[in-house]
Ligand binder design. Structure first.
Ligand code: SF4
Length: 342
């Protein structure tokens, strides 16, 4: 799903072309950035559920890992809960883009909840891989972060077969039942480079390790990392807009630093920016994680402009046009609501 990078700016100039003069410095704006197809679908799912069913609509966990998105939906009548037992029986509940374990579906059925599953289809793909390899009695080495909702959901598909591998340093402690039947899968929002290092170390220990049928790290994560690499080497400072619990936003800071940025900071929004970061910064890179509305990036660009930076030069490394259809339960509800109005 990663598309061929072409370091061309939005104005058609190449990455090495001199920028227009600016009083204090340049701004390089990474593209793609911000909302991915899975996040867009999940947010729209909650909005549509509110339209069709009215408030309150319950949402298990943060629908996407961005506190502004969550606050906006709360303002429209969404109620965020940690577990389904907090949802009144018979109420509408939306499952987040990160996915849930089968046991959560079972709990919802027992409580008579009307479920809308906004799990990103690319997370569902990993779930299906886990089920398939577990039914073939493989040991599954799941590369990901302990406690992340996506990892809990995927691991819940085959808890007896899945071992979590958090980093290359954890590889030595891994044991498997049969080294000839081992496969690795991963969380969708990891650092591509670190994951490949973990896989390299795993393969040293288990030479017959199988790869996933297709990339588990999703197109959006990969594209945003490629995009930040393109601007990092030229940037004295990289600003990543994204929440602290957004795995792909946190990875963008790490990737920027690994690829030449002199400094990099993650901020939830413009209010967290610090003038001191601009000391000696001639070039500022800006990007955002896959769960971040573009309006928050535009606020950052205005803040920089107020301090003499810019105009922003967009550095485009891939085009994205992927869209997912809404969850089928919601499409059914929308259709029924339209029919009832006729
Ligand atoms: S980051 Fe990737 S896996 Fe996660 S919601 Fe977006 S497209 Fe789906």
């Amino acid at each position: 799903m990663t598309q061929t990078p072409s370091p061309v700016r939005a104005d058609g100039t190449g990455a090495g072309t001199a920028p227009p003069p600016a009083a204090r410095g340049r701004v390089l704006l990474a593209a793609p950035r911000g909302y991915c197809a899975g996040v867009d679908r999940a947010v729209v799912a909650v909005e549509k559920a509110l339209e069709v069913h009215g408030a309150p609509v319950y949402v298990r966990k943060q629908i996407v890992h961005n506190k502004h998105v969550v606050a906006t939906l709360e303002g429209r009548g969404a109620v965020f809960v940690d577990e389904t037992d907090e949802v009144p029986e018979g109420a509408v509940v939306v499952f987040s883009a990160h996915g849930v374990a089968p046991v959560v579906h079972e709990q919802s059925v027992r409580r008579g909840l009307r479920t809308i599953d906004a799990t990103c289809p690319l997370v569902t793909k990993v779930h299906k891989e886990a089920v398939r390899f577990a039914s073939a009695d493989y040991d599954i080495l799941l590369i990901g972060h302990a406690g992340h909702e996506e990892v809990e959901g995927t691991a819940g598909e085959a808890p007896a077969n899945i071992t979590l591998v958090e980093s290359p340093d954890h590889v030595d402690a891994i044991t498997v039942r049969d080294p000839s039947r081992v496969v690795w899968l991963s969380q969708t929002t990891l650092s591509v480079d670190e994951t490949m290092e973990t896989v390299r170390r795993l393969r040293e220990r288990f030479p017959q390790l199988q790869d996933p049928p297709s990339d588990d790290i999703c197109y959006a994560t990969q594209n945003r990392q490629v995009a930040v690499k393109k601007i990092a080497a030229e940037s004295d400072l990289v600003i990543v807009v994204g929440s602290s619990n957004s795995s792909n936003s946190v990875r963008l800071v790490e990737v920027a630093l690994e690829h030449g940025a002199r400094s990099a900071h993650r901020v939830d929004d413009v209010t967290e920016l610090d003038d001191a970061w601009l000391d000696g910064a001639r070039t500022v890179g800006v990007t955002s994680g896959a769960s971040v509305p573009e309006i928050l990036v535009q606020d950052v660009l205005r803040w920089l402009a107020d301090r003499g930076y810019g105009p922003a030069e967009e550095v485009v490394s891939a085009e994205e046009d992927l869209m997912f259809s809404l969850p089928k339960e919601l499409r059914r509800d929308i259709k029924a609501a339209r029919a009832a109005r006729r």
